[in-house]
Design a protein around this ligand. Structure first.
Ligand code: ADP
Ligand code: MG
Length: 630
């Protein structure tokens, strides 16, 4: 074989070498790249012929794919703008374009380091492609036959992708480009209509031009892509049903979308977004990777459906498409992460989603509540992960009010509290039902002070990170001791004297309990909040909430929690009876059982089982015997 007339530029050779020899995994993207180039060429012709009618095409603009089974070739044809002799040299013989240049630079960097890293780099290129050169992944010879619109002489460019290329004058009846790939031995599957059809659907389904399959019999031509990307159409031309169909098509869900956000932004940032919030939790909502997955298109060409750069993990339930011309098709995943356009689009998209949710909350609270029930738990992750959006997110949060059972916002809680109250009280529990029966609530109920019931594991984390709302500290009622009398007197009494006497009266019981329970409790004291229950456990001021402790245990079974403070209800008959027995030194076994039982019970009310269930059952039996048989 004679040497080619033209040599590739140095860097071009380097890219070709890597593309051809190292990219095995994702060869199929060559088709996306070539179809995207064809689509660009059609765009250019459309644009230029608007002012120069000499450039108008005779036929409908489109892309055609044809194979020759004998010659083992695949040809991608377009009737776009075409390439002149000089275009062929400058476009296909160099890598002056920014994406490819950056790619080479990145490659040079990773070549210096470990093999592992360069492997990674290669898989990245595999995902994002390197434009025209990707043809050489599947072909050992490529021919480009092109006639530029408005010119008369066509040219044939050809190359084996190794050292250089040839250009010679050729015949072509109408403007446009035919790219013929002489497929490599192991790439014969690209001759199959089914395989090609699948790839066109996958990558090029939403191009505005038809992609036709042209079999030997011309009459059997068929269109492989759907065409007309829904997000590029006018909102007014799209029905709810169209949106829902698309929502299902992209696998966002099988329900009806709860919210559809379709926007076009032009100016400093250019992008179109079509986003959906599902009505139901998707299956992968609690996957440990917590990745958001958005579809990224660049000018209607599919790039990836796993773009995590636009929305943060706490919005991972939002699904949809972002299409922007502001990125280069060759952008690698690493570049995507730090790309300023991506960052800006992401910020704008997040802002939009939050403000639409806020609008919905104000306009249709009932529907919003349903959304919150499904996704509030995920949204709340943003409270500790995204300080910039924290205030907006706090505004979107709903909690069950212990007073009314209704879902209320932090603002509503604050609006409804008395002037003497300066804290936001909350109780963490596993469920609303468990919280509602908690002894911790009794004193608040008796004083008509509202408490927010927090039942999601994530609550433990954001509460700590956020600390306060509207300058009011978020305060756990199962921790430390709260002096509620300063806020409101108990409805049925106002006996100041009593509490001092009680301290004296119950001192022996407290001392006895301390010695019986030993290390199991941090302290024993009289409660200021209990009303109906005889006893409860609270965490120390600087201790860990019981819910938090449970979470820690779930992650690490060796985790040992801190002992709690046992609080006694001095007004409770049971406590008074035990205290009396103790004072008269009567029935020491019974007193012993009763004291331990108080502690067992308090543990159970916190959702913890007693340390020894056998001992617990025995004590219970003895006490029942006394009550029933004695
Ligand atoms: P990019 O598309 O990012 O510019 P490519 O490597 O895919 O990079 O293509 C290089 C250039 O070759 C294009 O910018 C374009 O000028 C030219 N080109 C490729 N394919 C065609 C085509 N089918 N018709 C006209 N020009 C083309
Ligand atoms: Mg291209």
């Amino acid at each position: 074989m004679s040497a080619p007339m033209h040599q590739f530029e140095a860097d071009t050779g380097k890219i070709l070498d890597i593309v051809i020899n190292s990219l095995y995994s994702n060869k199929e993207i060559f088709l996306r790249e070539l179809i995207s180039n064809a689509s660009d060429a059609l765009d250019k012709r459309t644009y230029l012929s608007a002012t120069d009618s000499a450039l108008l095409a005779e036929d409908q603009l489109g892309i055609t794919l044809a194979v020759n089974a004998k010659a083992k070739t695949l040809t991608i044809s377009d009737n776009g703008i075409g390439l002149s002799h000089d275009d062929l040299i400058s476009s296909l013989g160099t890598i002056a374009r920014s994406g490819s240049k950056a790619f080479v630079e990145q490659l040079a960097q990773s070549a210096d380091t470990s093999d592992k890293k360069s492997d990674d780099t290669l898989s990245l290129i595999g995902q994002f492609g390197v434009g025209f050169y990707s043809a050489f992944m599947v072909a050992d010879k490529v021919e480009v036959l092109s006639l530029k619109a408005g010119e008369t002489q066509a040219h044939l460019w050809s190359s084996d992708g190794v050292s250089g290329y040839d250009i010679s004058p050729a015949e072509k009846p109408s403007a446009g480009t035919d790219i013929t790939l002489y497929l490599k031995k192991d790439c014969k599957d690209f001759l199959e209509e089914q395989r090609i059809g699948y790839l066109v659907k996958k990558y090029s389904d939403h191009l505005s031009y038809p992609v036709m399959w042209q079999p030997v019999n011309v009459d059997d031509a068929r269109q492989l892509n759907t065409g007309s990307a829904i997000w590029t159409r006018q909102k007014s031309d799209i029905s709810d049903d169209d949106y829902t169909q698309f929502y299902r098509q992209i696998g966002a869900g099988y329900d009806e979308p709860f919210m559809t956000l379709h926007n076009r932004t032009e100016g400093a940032l250019n992008y179109t977004s079509l986003l959906f919030i599902p009505s139901q939790r998707p299956m992968d909502l609690f996957n440990p990777d917590r990745k958001s997955r958005m579809q990224l298109y660049i000018n209607k060409v599919f790039i990836t459906d796993e773009c995590e750069e636009f929305v943060p993990p706490w919005l991972r339930f939002v699904k949809g498409v972002i299409d922007t011309p502001d990125l280069d098709l060759n952008v690698s995943r690493e570049m995507l992460q730090h790309n300023p356009a991506v960052v800006k689009i992401g910020k704008a998209v997040v802002k939009r989603i939050l403000s639409e949710l806020d609008k919905k909350k104000k306009k249709d609270f009932e529907a919003y509540q349903q959304f919150w029930e499904q996704f509030g738990i995920v949204l709340k992750e943003g409270l500790y992960e995204d300080i910039d959006n924290r205030d907006k997110l706090l505004g979107l949060c709903l909690f069950t009010s212990a007073r009314t059972g209704a879902q209320i916002s932090l603002q509503e809680y604050c609006d409804n509290m008395s002037e003497t109250q300066d804290k936001i009280y909350f109780l963490s529990a596993e469920s609303v039902a468990q919280a509602e029966t908690s002894p911790h609530l009794e004193g608040y109920r008796a004083r008509d002070i509202d408490v927010l019931l927090l039942t999601d594991p994530v609550d433990e984390f954001w509460v700590q990170a956020v600390g306060s709302f509207d300058e009011k500290p978020l305060t756990s009622i199962s921790r430390g001791s709260q002096n509620l009398d300063d806020i409101a007197p108990k409805k049925d009494e106002a006996d100041d004297q009593k509490s001092e006497n009680q301290d004296e009266e119950f001192a022996p019981l407290i001392a006895s309990l301390k010695s019986k329970l030993g290390e199991q409790v941090k302290d024993v004291r009289l409660s200021k909040t209990l009303v109906d229950s005889p006893a409860c456990l609270v965490a120390d001021d600087d201790g860990m909430d019981i819910q938090m402790e449970r979470l820690m245990k779930a992650h690490n079974k060796d985790f040992v929690g801190m002992p709690r403070v046992l609080e006694l209800n001095a007004d409770h008959k049971l406590i008074q009876a035990i205290s009396e027995k103790l004072a008269h030194d009567a029935d020491p076994e019974l007193v012993q059982d009763a004291c331990l039982m108080l502690f067992d019970q308090a543990q159970i009310l916190e959702g913890k089982s007693p340390d020894s269930l056998t001992e617990f059952a025995r004590r219970m039996t003895r006490l029942m015997e006394r009550g029933l048989a004695g």
